[in-house]
Design a protein around this ligand. Sequence first.
Ligand code: FES
Ligand SMILES: [Fe+2]
Length: 378
Amino acid sequence: MTEPSTAAANAPLLPAYYTDTAVLAAEQRRIFARTWQLAGHETDLPGPGSRIVARAGDQEVVVVRDEEGALHAHRNVCRHRGARLVTGPEQHAAIRCPYHGWTYCLDGRLVGAPEGRRFSAPLHLPSLGLLPARVEVWHGLVFVNLHLQAAPLADQLLGLDALIGRYLGELVPVGAARIHHAADSPGRVVATDANWKVAVDNYLEGYHVPVAHPGLMRLLDYPRYSAEVSPGYAYFEAPLRATRSANRMERLYQRLVSPMPGLLPEDRGVWRYVAVYPNTMIDLSADCVGAWSMIPDGVDRTLLPGAVYRHPDAGWRTRLAQAAGRRVNDLVTHEDDDIVTRVQAGLRTPGFTPGPLSEREAALGWFAGRIRTDLGRT
Ligand code: FES
Ligand SMILES: [Fe+2]
């Protein structure tokens, strides 16, 4: 792909970034294999021996909780002949391969193989442990990284604690959707027919809200929608209007929403969004939190695994507000799906190059710059 060397650092990405399979292959190596990827929530790993399998781009990682409560991450491959070890949530004292029964401790050490004497040379257990990955927890959200020397996640999220940490206290999932379904049940995961960066771009700007989301426009105080970019994440505030919506479901939400314990009174009147580079999204409203990820499933298809969480003591009023909020959000998701599919189709037009970005799209420029840097195309 050729790009004018004079292109500003924050210029939008050229169409080939969204349509070229060679770019996706480079992204797998240079972005998904080196950045922190959302794997699940601590509630997915309730006790010793519990495990989930998660996606890091096109690779899988097993996250397991040991007897002391610590988490470990391993590549999901047996060191004997390469069988996929874990296919979904389980809880056992060890990790046993379903093919020939090689058995690993929760920390990944190989402890034994059936008929271990019948190998041409004695098995050298210490060199046959599971291939490691990194795992870190940030306020209950579990992230993995295939790059063993990656900088700590906390470094990337510096400053985010003060902005949203109070939302991420004691939380339990609502409904059946789980982040780890991207790996163990991809058929249950919402997907969209667009490149993963088209989906991220769409998340990174509120410029489309007045035209594409009439319902949101009734709820949000659009002129006060704001975006702030840090090296590792983008943070958005969408204050809610004080006036009642004309729509019944939206009015119900406005009337019933109340802040979770630990939130500030002003949190009731604002929705906040965070995009953690490259592909983790966190949606924060007074009554619940959504965490989700955008995972390429081909150059023009994206899996959107995620889950919604609320405080365990939420009463009926809050649950009703959440149900109303979900109805509003479902419509927004549907509208966004329509938009990003249109963009993906349009990007294939020969001769098209993107127009200038509005100030309201500044976070897209930040994202484009990071993508170009990571792909070594600055
Ligand atoms: S492939 Fe796992 S024990 Fe053989
Ligand atoms: Fe949208």
